[in-house]
Design a protein around this ligand. Structure first.
Ligand SMILES: [Zn+2]
Length: 291
């Protein structure tokens, strides 16, 4: 398999993974029984803050001419991109070189090198939409803003060649954490390391119920309920919610979370009607990084 084929397969897998994420989010309503397990306290969680920014000496290495960008992901969340280095490029290539079958691609590895290795606040928890937005902005700042895609007219279903740019096509809504709605506080997850360790504590616990998923834990960590003093207590409290109340909590979390969409509004050259031409990817980034 050629490098280009691998890249294409990887992009397809990324799309599939994103679709799976959407399904997971929709399935969050399902049963959330959690039995006793190791119980990290909220205080522990709060103590694990995103890593401090590097010392001023190290910061000088950041090529701000090439990468002059910091990105505001939410009203209280900004990350700073570093320049892409020879070492990160090697690491990125290695993920694809060692790949026998595109199915084996662990997209987490790709994100690790593509995003986490390249932002100063590398322990920052990134939601799926935030990851997509960072990837789009990285594409804009590295190989360029403009791109083309084939879009289907929502009115006449004709395929159209759309010339656009990241600036025009990416519609991003910033997360608004922390926000309290109907007595429930919705917060961001501060540290991806803390999220991973709490998840594995719960899932690897000897009396793990086999039902709680990572998506359930993610939901629990985004919520502060009065009286619940740890992520586990929050999950247990959520288990006692009626399905209807749980749906409201999930909907409210969705309202304050970041959202990214990609579409261009234009009039169709076939039917003349104005419509949204949707795309699920911005081509070119992986190719350019593997070159
Ligand atoms: Zn049309």
């Amino acid at each position: 398999m050629t490098e280009a084929q691998k890249t294409e397969a990887a992009m397809l897998k990324m799309k599939a993974d994103n679709a799976e994420k959407v399904q997971k989010a929709q399935a969050e309503i399902k049963s959330q029984e959690v039995k006793e397990s190791k119980n990290p306290s909220i205080q522990d969680l709060k103590n694990i803050q995103p890593k401090e920014e590097k010392s001023p000496k190290e910061q000088k290495k950041v090529d701000i001419k090439k990468y002059p960008f910091s990105l505001e992901l939410g009203v209280n969340k900004t990350v700073h991109f570093k320049a892409w280095t020879g070492k990160t490029k090697k690491k990125f290539k290695k993920i694809f070189q060692n790949l026998e079958d595109p199915e084996d691609l662990n997209f987490k590895d790709v994100l690790e090198v593509l995003l986490k290795d390249n932002i100063l606040e590398s322990d920052t928890y990134l939601s799926g939409d935030e990851q997509q937005y960072l990837t789009a902005e990285l594409r804009k700042e590295s190989i360029g803003n403009s791109f083309e895609f084939e879009g289907t007219c929502p009115n006449c279903q004709e395929l159209q060649d759309i010339k656009t740019s990241v600036t025009e096509a990416v519609i991003y809504k910033k997360s608004a954490f922390p926000t309290t709605i109907q007595g429930v506080e919705y917060v961001d997850i501060l540290s991806s390391g803390a999220f991973d360790s709490i998840s594995s504590d719960i899932i690897n616990s000897t009396d793990y119920d086999g039902l709680t998923t990572e998506a359930d834990i993610e939901l629990g960590l985004h919520i502060n309920i009065e009286g619940a003093n740890s992520p586990l207590e929050t999950l247990t409290a959520l288990d006692d919610y009626s399905i209807k109340d749980l749906e409201i909590v999930i909907k409210n979390l969705d309202t304050v979370s970041s959202k990214m969409e990609m579409y261009v509004e234009k009039s169709c050259s076939s039917c003349g009607k104005e419509g949204k031409f949707i795309t699920s990817e911005i081509p070119g980034l992986f190719d350019s990084l593997l070159r």
